[in-house]
Design a protein around this ligand. Structure first.
Ligand code: GRF
Length: 223
């Protein structure tokens, strides 16, 4: 059973989706969430953890860079899952958990990623660019913001009347579908980061194929 530490700065809806998915897998689950760590004391993600009896740890900025690594080691984290965590991951943590450190980003990387591209900034940039398509990307984390090897992506259409809020909501629904699947696939070893830096293996579900989806919306997976 792989031990997952989730890092979150905000509401933690992706954390919730992961917890729910692992619950559904039940005895077949390859992993369990053992800790939720946050840089923000008021993060609702911490409350979600407490309610389930999961270790909820606030790591204040003043605790310094080493505190994150110490907390991950103390919880014997095999896999580190970033779910709306806004701080840069220290290089020592990236090195120690290479191939076992994943993030989700609310755009189709490498578009609309990088320093300062988080939360609504991403969706506002997508709208300002007039992009017709955005999406969600799950990727391994390296030392550059949003540049690690891509595990999975799912497209989401941009509608003419979208605001950053409506777009964020549509993308988030997709995040909640693909992230838990990716986390489980990585935890089970079905998908992994190879020594040459490429992602190998197969996700245990099909991505949409344009034009062959029948009556179902081609971009948004079934809830
Ligand atoms: C998500 O949009 C995720 O892609 C980004 O931060 C947001 C976190 O939302 N990295 P939540 O806290 O999981 O609800």
């Amino acid at each position: 059973m792989q031990r997952i530490a989730v890092l979150a700065s905000g509401g933690g809806s992706n954390l919730q989706a992961i917890l729910d998915h692992l619950d559904v897998l039940g005895d077949a689950s390859p992993a369990t969430v053992v800790a939720v760590l946050s840089d923000r004391t008021g993060a609702y993600a911490l409350e979600r953890a407490r309610r389930r009896g999961i270790s909820a740890v606030h790591l204040p900025r003043a605790a310094g860079e080493g505190a994150l690594e110490q907390a991950l080691v103390a919880h014997e984290a095999d896999l580190v899952v970033l779910a709306g965590y806004l701080r840069l991951i220290p290089a020592a943590v990236v090195r120690r958990w290479t191939g076992r450190l994943v993030n989700i980003h609310p755009s189709l990387l490498p578009a609309f990623g990088g320093h300062g591209m988080y939360g609504h900034h991403v969706h506002e940039a997508v709208l300002a660019a007039g992009a017709r398509l955005t999406g969600a990307t799950v990727h391994f984390v390296n030392e550059q913001f949003d540049r690690g090897a891509i595990v999975a992506q799912w497209p989401v259409p941009v509608h003419a009347d979208d605001t950053a809020d409506t777009l964020a909501e549509r993308v988030l629904r997709v995040e909640h579908r693909i992230y838990p699947w990716c986390v489980a696939a990585i935890a089970s070893g079905a998908v992994r980061l190879a020594d040459d830096g490429r992602v190998v293996g197969a996700l245990p579900y099909q991505f949409p194929r344009f034009g062959v989806e029948g009556p179902r919306h081609p971009f948004v997976p079934d809830a």
